[in-house]
Design a protein around this ligand. Structure first.
Ligand code: BGC
Length: 450
C-alpha cells in the first residue's frame, strides 16, 4: 500500500467526525421542510429527528467491538459505506417510514464513527500529542455541524431542498471511503493480531526511527494479555476506566449541550431577530463553535484533562444559571434578553472547549487494549442513549417547567459533574496508552509483569 504522510493519516482518521456532525446537525433545518412536504405530525417529526440517535446507540455497541475483531480501519471503511447508503436513502426517501429507516441506518454509521474515530486517533498518536490529535474528531464534528447549517441555509428556498440537504452527506462519505483505503491500520490492533512487522512499519511512518522499538515493546507487552470479553469490561482492573467512560458519556449529555444548541435560534428570535437573521445567527454560532474547538485542540496537551473538565463544567453551570434567570425577565426587559443571548454563547464556548472534545478523547484512551472496542462501544452507546433521553424529554420538560427552571436544572447537573470528575476521573495527559493500562493494573493490585 502506498505510504501516506502523517497529516493525511490524522486528517482522514478524524474525517468520520464530519459525518457525525453533519448528519446530526442537518435535521434541525431540514425537518421544517420535510414536515411541510410529507405532512408530518409532531411524533413523526420526533422519529425522523431521533432515528439517527437510535441508530447511533446500536452502531456504537455493534461497530465498537467489531473494531477489536476486524481492525479499526475496516470498520471506518464500513461506516463510510453505511453513511453513503443512509444519506442517499434519506435524500430519495418516498415517505415517512423509508425516511425513518434510512435515518436509522445513517445513525448506525454515526454511532460506529463516534467510537472508531477516537479509538483510531488515540492509537496512532504519540503520547505527548494524543490530546490534540484525538480532539481533531470534535473539530470535525463541529465542522460537520457548521456545514449542515450552511447547506440548510443555502437550500432553504427550494421546495424539495431537504432532499439535497440530506443527500449532500454522500460527498464526505465517499471522500472518507476513498481516503480511508490509504490509511494504515492502527499499530496497536496489528500487534494484537500478531502482525508485529506490519505494526513496526506503521510506527515507522508515524514516529521518528529512534522511538519505534521502545513503543513496540510496550505494546507487545500489553498485547500478551488474552483478548477480553464483557466479563473483563466489568472486572476490577477495568472498573476505573469504565466509570470514566460511562460517567463522562452520560454527563456530557445531561449537562444539556444539545438542547442549548437546539434552542439557540429560538432565543435569538425571542430577542427580536427575524427568522432568517436567526438562521444566520445559527451559522455564526457554527463558526464560533469551530473556532473555540480549534483553540481546544491547540491547548489539549498543555492543560490536564481533569482541569479542562472541571473548569468547563463550572463555566457551563454559571452560564446556565445566568441564562435561566435572564430568561425569566427576558419578556419585559431587552437587557435581560441580551444577557440571555450572551450567557448562551458563553455556555457553548465552554462546552466546545472542554466537554465536547475531552469526553471523546478520554473514552478513546482509558480502556485497556484487550477490551478497548467493547469499552469504547459501551461508553458510546451510553452517550447516545443519554442524548436520546435528553432530546425526547426536552419538549415535555420545557412545557412543564419553563426555560428558567429547566436550564437551571441542567446547571445543577453541571455542578454534579464537577464532583464526578474530581472524585472519579484519573489524569491521562502525557501518558502513553500502555502507561495508562499499567496504572489500572497497579490500582487493581495486579503486579506489572516487568
Ligand atoms: C457530542 C454531541 C454534540 C456535539 C456537538 C459531541 O461531543 O457528543 O452530542 O452534538 O458534540 O456539540
Amino acid at each position: 500500500m502506498h505510504k501516506v504522510s502523517r497529516g493525511f493519516i490524522y486528517f482522514f482518521g478524524a474525517l468520520g467526525g464530519i459525518l457525525f456532525g453533519y448528519d446530526t446537525g442537518v435535521i434541525s433545518g431540514a425537518i421544517l421542510f420535510i414536515q411541510k412536504q410529507l405532512h408530518l405530525g409532531t411524533w413523526q417529526q420526533g422519529w425522523i429527528v431521533s432515528g439517527v440517535l437510535l441508530g447511533a446507540l446500536v452502531g456504537a455497541i455493534v461497530i465498537g467491538p467489531l473494531g477489536d475483531k476486524f481492525g479499526r480501519k475496516k470498520m471506518v471503511l464500513t461506516a463510510a459505506v453505511i453513511f453513503f447508503i443512509g444519506a442517499l436513502g434519506c435524500g430519495l426517501a418516498m415517505g415517512f417510514w423509508s425516511l425513518v429507516l434510512f435515518r436509522f441506518i445513517l445513525g448506525i454509521a454515526v454511532g460506529g464513527a463516534s467510537t472508531m474515530v477516537p479509538m483510531y486517533l488515540s492509537e496512532v498518536a504519540p503520547a505527548e500529542m494524543r490530546g490534540t490529535l484525538s480532539s481533531l474528531n470534535q473539530l470535525m464534528i463541529m465542522t460537520g455541524i457548521f456545514l449542515a447549517y450552511v447547506t440548510n441555509y443555502a437550500w432553504s428556498g427550494l421546495y424539495s431542498g431537504w432532499r439535497i440537504m440530506l443527500a449532500a452527506a454522500t460527498v464526505p462519505a465517499a471522500i472518507l471511503f476513498i481516503g480511508g483505503l490509504f490509511l494504515p491500520e492502527s499499530p496497536r490492533f496489528l500487534v494484537r493480531v500478531g502482525k508485529v512487522d506490519e505494526a513496526r512499519g506503521v510506527l515507522g511512518q508515524l514516529r521518528n526511527a529512534d522511538q519505534v522499538q521502545a513503543e513496540l515493546t510496550d505494546i507487545e507487552e500489553k498485547a500478551k494479555i488474552k483478548m477480553g470479553g464483557w466479563g473483563d469490561v466489568f472486572s476490577k482492573v477495568a472498573r476505573p476506566a469504565l466509570i470514566i467512560g460511562l460517567g463522562l458519556a452520560v454527563f456530557q449529555q445531561v449537562m444539556g449541550c444539545n438542547t442549548v444548541l437546539y434552542y439557540a435560534p429560538t432565543i435569538f428570535t425571542d430577542i427580536g431577530f427575524g427568522v432568517s437573521a436567526a438562521l444566520l445567527a445559527h451559522i455564526g454560532i457554527g463558526i464560533f463553535n469551530v473556532i473555540v474547538t480549534a483553540i481546544a485542540v491547540v491547548i489539549m496537551d498543555k492543560v490536564n484533562r481533569k482541569t479542562m473538565l472541571i473548569v468547563g463544567a463550572l463555566g457551563m453551570a454559571a452560564s446556565l444559571f445566568t441564562l435561566g434567570i435572564a430568561m425569566h425577565y427576558s419578556h419585559n426587559s431587552m437587557t435581560a434578553a441580551y444577557i440571555a443571548a450572551i450567557a448562551l454563547t458563553v455556555y457553548i464556548a465552554f462546552f466546545s472547549a472542554t466537554w465536547g472534545p475531552v469526553m471523546w478523547v478520554m473514552i478513546g484512551e482509558v480502556f485497556p487494549l484487550n477490551i478497548r472496542g467493547l469499552g469504547v462501544g459501551l461508553s458510546g452507546t451510553f452517550n447516545w442513549g443519554a442524548n436520546m433521553i435528553v432530546s425526547l424529554t426536552f419538549p415535555t420538560l420545557l412545557a412543564a417547567l419553563g426555560t428558567e427552571k429547566l436550564f437551571i436544572g441542567y446547571g445543577v447537573l453541571c455542578v454534579l459533574a464537577i464532583w464526578f470528575v474530581h472524585s472519579g476521573v484519573f489524569e491521562t495527559r502525557g501518558k502513553s496508552l500502555e502507561q495508562i493500562e499499567g496504572y489500572l493494573d497497579e490500582r487493581a493490585g495486579v503486579a506489572a509483569k516487568n
